[in-house]
Design a protein around this ligand. Sequence first.
Ligand SMILES: N=C(N)NCCCC(=O)O
Ligand SMILES: [Zn+2]
Ligand SMILES: [Zn+2]
Length: 311
Amino acid sequence: MDRPVGPVDATRVPRFAGPATFARLPRRDQVDRADIAVLGVPFDSGVSYRPGARFGPAHIRASSKLLRPYNPAVDVSPFDVQQVVDAGDVPVNPFDIEHAIDEIESAADMFGAEGIRLLTLGGDHTIALPLLRSAARRQGPLAVVHFDAHLDTWDTYFGAPYTHGTPFRRAAEEGLLDPAHCLHVGTRGPLYSSEDLGADSVFGFQVIAADDFGASPLDAVVTRMCDRLGDGPVYVSVDIDVLDPAHAPGTGTPEAGGLSSRELLSALRGLAGLNLVGADIVEVAPAYDHAEITGIAAAHVAYELLCAMAG
Ligand SMILES: N=C(N)NCCCC(=O)O
Ligand SMILES: [Zn+2]
Ligand SMILES: [Zn+2]
């Protein structure tokens, strides 16, 4: 097999002159095969507070230009060992959430049918539901590791079942999750009621709270995470608001007391070796960002996920 086509070389073409793809990777139509596609889903009609995550994919791509091809933290060159491409954006309906969900599911199915794993850039957290549907259709019930300040297993908002606060409850109801192997990481902040956590555990989620970081050493957190996820297919969903607002101000529902970028990147490195079938990074809302702090964090999250998927 030919060697994968990697990013445009930043020592030959200045970063600010190169392509607008994620990490300056080739577009899907520029190569004849792909192992992993970075796919944008510019959808934010499911938000309960600040809008703007529809501009997340473009912002993360713009903030990814400085990534280099070798990751010394894990000794992996993610673009050498697998063909990673940028597959552009899914043109989702901003006025009809259920239609948008169907469009995202169909797009994900197209990649799945070709055996291409997805790293999806949102978009608000609503998009996780169709991505999970598509992944579960091929893989069966999924172990989900959900990095987020929020549970996102609430029932409805204003009677609406499909929102960014409800994707994992819908996924559980639809049998997409393996209830013995799901986990929230980084949860914190006020809930609606003391019953929220009880309902959440019924759907199969255990919790590693934000406060557990710092209370125990990071390797203990990683061990707990991997033990919970097990050997089956694992889907990774990263809501950027898992980070403290100091590390990710550009998001719609920020909560104080979150993870540092270093803690999150280290935890993601711990996922290498698991059977990672897909991942998303959601809730990047550039209007509230400053100096690309959130965009850069999200780009590095994406990069670590690509390295973990290479393992
Ligand atoms: N998925 C994110 N980012 N936020 C959900 C928060 C829902 C709420 O307003 O209670
Ligand atoms: Zn969140
Ligand atoms: Zn979320």
